[in-house]
Design a protein around this ligand. Structure first.
Ligand SMILES: Cc1cc2nc3c(=O)[nH]c(=O)nc-3n(C[C@H](O)[C@H](O)[C@H](O)COP(=O)(O)O)c2cc1C
Length: 263
């Protein structure tokens, strides 16, 4: 395949967790969000909160971890059903779609914007990292950033000039994700082989060990990899689903279909 700078950028990107203190100029922040805005959308039902304000950012680590202030720019990517509803009403309609179906589309609108922002930032010499805990601390984030009802935090993102050059992280081999002409289930041998690929790359980098060190030095062994991490991450239920549903409901998002649309 011929030289392709876009593919090269995509294939060499890595999440950045250590940043220089250099500020990111407003025109670059705006260029990144403009590129985000051009992502495919269902209803443009998203809003991006951006802050460089030290006082606001100082309130983030208890909610999202120390990474939230590692870079000079923090974004909160929100699903924005409020904005969508205003456009529907202005067009003479009444919101009829159930919030549960909007959630599927809204999360996608946010996600594609977010990934476009990641790639745009990378092309400008900036690094990024997502912060996935936002939905579980939605009430506190809503207070901090004046989010009204029906504007719901989906994911945080930090952005700045990288102070590290991590290797490209491993992925499942192509045949585990690309199924030609129909789904092919994995055997136990396939699973073990894939875990070996993932662990080889992550343990070589010392990935989990390295980034955990600042929070609780020595807690994670150097040979801790994906095989060990997945059961920890997905084999426990650290957060109560009812809390999440309650937070969504307090944010004005009603997941129980009413049948007659919203009043
Ligand atoms: C929705 C989402 C949430 C994430 N949340 C976090 C996070 O809270 N902390 C973190 O260090 N990395 C977070 N990440 C980054 C992933 O850990 C990272 O993308 C993955 O390990 C692959 O590494 P790479 O991006 O360097 O290829 C998140 C990524 C996504 C897509």
């Amino acid at each position: 395949m011929k030289d392709n700078p876009v593919l090269d950028l995509l294939m060499s990107r890595a999440s950045i967790r250590r940043y220089k203190s250099d500020d990111v100029p407003t025109d670059l922040v705006e260029a990144v969000v403009r590129a985000g805005r051009q992502a495919p959308f269902t209803g443009q039902m998203y809003s991006v909160i951006a802050t460089r304000d030290p006082e606001k950012r100082a309130k983030l680590p208890p909610l999202l971890g120390h990474l939230a202030t590692a870079a000079p720019v923090f974004f909160l990517l929100c699903m924005d059903l409020r904005k969508l509803e205003k456009f529907v009403v202005a067009g003479g309609g009444r919101m009829q779609a159930a919030d549960l179906s909007l959630l599927f589309w809204g999360i996608q609108d946010v996600a594609y914007v977010g990934e476009n922002m990641v790639i745009a930032a990378e092309s400008l010499g900036l690094g990024t990292c997502f912060l996935g805990s936002a939905p579980w601390v939605s009430r506190q984030l809503a207070e901090l950033f004046d989010l009204p009802e029906r504007v719901y935090p989906i994911v945080g993102m930090v952005m700045g000039y990288p102070a590290e050059r991590p290797p490209v992280r491993p992925r499942l081999p192509l045949r585990y994700v690309l199924h030609w002409d129909g789904y092919r289930d994995l055997s136990r041998d396939d699973v073990d082989a894939a875990l070996e690929v993932m662990d080889a790359g992550l343990i070589r980098e010392g990935y989990y060990h390295k980034y955990d060190a600042s929070a609780d030095p020595g807690r994670i062994a150097e040979d801790y990899g994906w095989r060990e991490h997945l059961p920890y991450k997905y084999g426990n239920l650290p957060r109560d689903l009812r809390d999440l549903l309650a937070a969504l409901s307090e944010g004005g998002i009603d997941l129980i279909p009413r049948g007659d649309g919203r009043e």
